[in-house]
Design a protein around this ligand. Sequence first.
Ligand code: P5A
Length: 440
Amino acid sequence: MRLSRYFMPILKENPKEAEIVSHRLMLRAGMIRQQSQGIYSWLPLGKRVLDKVNAIIREEQNRAGAIELSMPTLQSAELWQESGRYDAYGKEMLRIKDRQERPMLYGPTNEEMVTDIFRSSVKSYKDLPLNLYHIQLKFRDEIRPRFGTMRSREFMMKDAYSFDLTREGAEHSYNKMFAAYLRTFDRLGLRAIPMRADTGPIGGNLSHEFIILADTGESEVFCHKDFVGFDIPGENTDFDSVEGLQAIFDKWTSLYAATSEMHDEAAFNAVPEGERLSARGIEVGHIFYFGTKYSEPMGAKVQGPDGKEHFVHMGSYGIGPTRLVPAIIEASHDDNGIIWPASVAPFDVVVINMKAGDQACDDTCELIYAALTKAGKDVLYDDTDDRAGTKFATADLIGVPVQIIAGPRAVANGEVEVKDRKTGARETMTIEAAINRFVA
Ligand code: P5A
């Protein structure tokens, strides 16, 4: 992508409305724009990061055996009347009427809709277990939307829903998502700690929130320090192994970890003082087991091996991609801007032409740009005629992991400078060596 032809509206000044660093940097880097309170557009740079986050979420959901579908954002009120949540949900639900005066709503979550899909076609235990998910916009009319896309009214959610014949089966399904979440957040460069959590309007009595420790987090959390160093389940994790996944769940729940709603002061005080961590955190995921809470009132049942009908045991599993992007920035930035983990960086490398219009600089940059693009890399080429200082500041602000800098003096020697955004380390090398770093 040539910067001269791209759309990346950088802000020079710090936006006044931004209270936390991620919100400030997302606005300054031209990643998002507020359209109305708590409702955002994702501009091209932000969209690239969001897409990469979603790709990792999708890969790990698929690995754990979940199956992707797509459900609408607008839902009929009737479904929610069946479960009893239409009245219970309160003012957070955006209620709308269509031209026939039929009550509709902008979905805040999809337990009812997916239960309806399930009951319309699954009749036998032989079709279980089943886990269906989508990555879709939701709307919750939050009292206090704030911190940009961290807590917005319209936001994206990956929501998965599992169906099993028995409670034991449902626990295995829960454990699959538990392990998939540990892997997902790790691949996003984050350390998320599962904590016992309140179930709120979703319901049930088994639930974990996945929390990233951050000073700007909205949740108050309490946990054992050792979680910070626990091993993450590997790529070869067998998601069909009931014992294997139970062992992962048992390990990750063996030490104290709870959000303030579930906090047990006495249990926390039993943790040796030097090992207690009392901190603030960002909830990036939340998983629930709620048994037959929806299947019973909505009549979602299957025939079991005993020939009888059984209401299915369900769970639901959420991740907030549009919250994850600012959460990653909270965890990874410096005074100059964002530092993206390579897995979600909007571009793999930025090529900076320090003197656009100078034949040797132009030729060198074009050569590198073409070679890296051909090698399948996402390359941003700063071919604008801005001053070198402005270009460096922009490259640092948008946080691309590697900068290849081509200035007249180095280019005259057949060389460029390669800068690592995270460490700031700069290395002069031949043009060929710079290309080979990515191609090899
Ligand atoms: C689980 C999947 C649910 O809604 N039903 C379907 C369950 N859970 S939840 O905890 O309420 O939300 C899941 C995740 O969505 C993100 N999230 C938000 N992100 C941005 N702005 C918001 N206002 C917002 N509300 C929820 C969080 O990451 C949460 O863990």
